[in-house]
Design a protein around this ligand. Structure first.
Ligand code: 5AD
Ligand code: SF4
Length: 437
């Protein structure tokens, strides 16, 4: 009889790729994917706890599973990832939802198959496996089942040592651990052989990659040198570590996209210091000037409002920086206190102020995004076609080298191909055009 899994993924690219690993493991046990949750024999919650909005959503979604468990006694419910790794979280989750069968920490994911085999025999069992060793060795023997189309994600490192004062990641993902260069290069080569056209190198802070004497510049340049036409992207960079050497490698390689995600978080030096970001706005803006020497570069960012003690002036500094940089687009967040972090112990701002500030920031960034989009009008962009665009009839979409999404007429035979598209219309962040023949 067929057995099915359904995975719910929350959070960042790192988590999306981890869900591909979960799928890979479940498939080795004979499970297949189902989009219909009521058909599932295993439901996996791959969680995120970076902001309270994600956590609240996950708690709500786990609660809804109770009715499926009532209908199907054999159902296995697993909760894995960042949230289970938080201090006391596994106990709280299990108390709240006694139907959970298995809770795994971020460094225990590779144990999933062995626990599932046990649960298949007796699903009354409850298994908790959360490693408390923040430097646990990387487990390499996990197969990925990739569903990301033309792009494939490749981890180059795990964990984070930066301890930005607002961030829970270093607590739940442990210390920085880099993968061996040969393993990364072999994986990238294998994926290109399989036909992937775009590789995104992943790490919480890719610039601090370090394995023996090898640094991120080495990994990037070696990956870029692999034979064939493909695109290389990477994320996330930290302004304190991103440097001229990396910019020069990007400049000298056609394969590396001119698209840099460089989270600034705040434009105020006082707040940057309280955040423990280890750079100033002046340093950041200088770096941006250097990045802007790359042709047609798309620069994106993460920006936060409402960090404890943020004044009107601090916020004005953020708006001012956003105007100076003119990001292609940005992820904007309202600060939310995370238990155990330094900033959570500081005096918090009222919700009303945070709300006003996020609205103003989003409005400003949207207007900049729309202006930047207009600069593409009349230009011809090389686009890697990713998918059909179901919102428009007979249309496909893909990204420019700078990371912008473009929609144009075409059919699915174009997926995975590089085509030249002339941009003739824009709508905020979206570009539209016509294929050049
Ligand atoms: N509150 C709001 N946003 C946060 N981020 C990280 N921690 C928090 C928090 N406590 C944001 C940062 C980071 C992105 C991944 O999430 O901007 O770059
Ligand atoms: Fe969190 Fe800072 Fe590490 Fe990014 S660099 S994961 S924001 S601690």
């Amino acid at each position: 009889m067929e057995k099915y899994y359904h995975i719910l993924t929350y959070g960042c690219q790192m988590n999306i790729h981890e869900s591909e690993k979960i799928a890979g493991m479940l498939r080795t046990l004979g499970y297949r994917d189902t989009q219909n949750i009521s058909n599932a024999d295993i439901i996996v919650f791959n969680t995120c706890c970076i902001r309270d909005t994600a956590e609240t959503k996950i708690i709500g979604n786990i609660g809804e599973i109770k009715r499926y468990k009532k209908k199907n006694n054999d159902l296995i419910v697993a909760v894995v990832g960042c949230m289970s790794q938080q201090k006391g979280a596994a106990e709280n989750l299990r108390e709240k939802f006694p139907f959970i069968n298995i809770i795994l920490g971020t460094d225990n994911l590779h144990e999933l198959p062995q626990h599932i085999i046990q649960l298949e025999q007796d699903n009354k069992k409850y298994i908790k496996s959360v490693s408390l060793d923040p430097s646990a060795p990387i487990s390499e023997e996990v197969p990925s089942y990739r569903t990301s189309g033309t792009n494939a994600w490749v981890n180059i490192m795990y964990g984070c040592d930066n301890f930005c004062t607002y961030c829970i990641v270093p607590y739940v993902r442990g210390r920085e651990r880099s993968r061996a260069p040969m393993l990364i290069l072999d994986e990238v080569k294998m994926l290109l052989d399989q036909g992937y056209k775009e590789i995104t190198l992943l790490g919480q802070n890719v610039d601090s990659y370090s394995y023996e004497n090898y640094d991120f510049a080495y990994i990037l340049s070696q990956c870029a040198k692999i034979d064939g036409k493909f695109r290389l992207r990477f994320m996330t960079s930290h302004p304190k570590d991103f440097n001229t050497k990396i910019i020069d490698i990007i400049r000298s390689s056609d394969n590396i996209c001119n698209n840099i995600h460089l989270p600034v978080q705040s434009g105020s030096n006082r707040i940057l210091q309280l955040m423990n970001r280890k750079y100033t706005r002046e340093y950041y803006l200088k770096l941006i000037d250097e990045i802007k020497t790359l042709p047609n570069v798309g620069i994106t960012s993460d920006i936060m409002v409402g960090f404890p003690t943020e004044t009107d002036q601090d916020f004005a500094d953020t708006l001012d920086l956003v105007k100076a940089v003119r990001y292609s687009s940005a992820f904007t967040f309202v600060y939310s206190p995370r238990k155990g972090t330094t900033a959570a112990k500081m005096k918090q701002l009222p919700a009303e102020i945070k709300k006003e500030r996020i609205q103003e920031l989003v409005k400003l960034q949207n207007s900049i995004t729309a202006q930047v989009s207009k600069e593409y009008l009349g230009t011809t962009q090389q686009v890697l076609v990713e998918d059909t665009n179901p919102r428009y009839e007979n249309s496909v979409c893909g990204r420019t080298d700078s990371g912008r999404l473009v929609t144009f007429s075409g059919d699915k035979s174009l997926i995975g191909k590089f085509v030249d598209v002339k941009i003739n219309k824009t709508r905020v962040a979206s570009l539209f055009g016509e294929i050049n023949v």
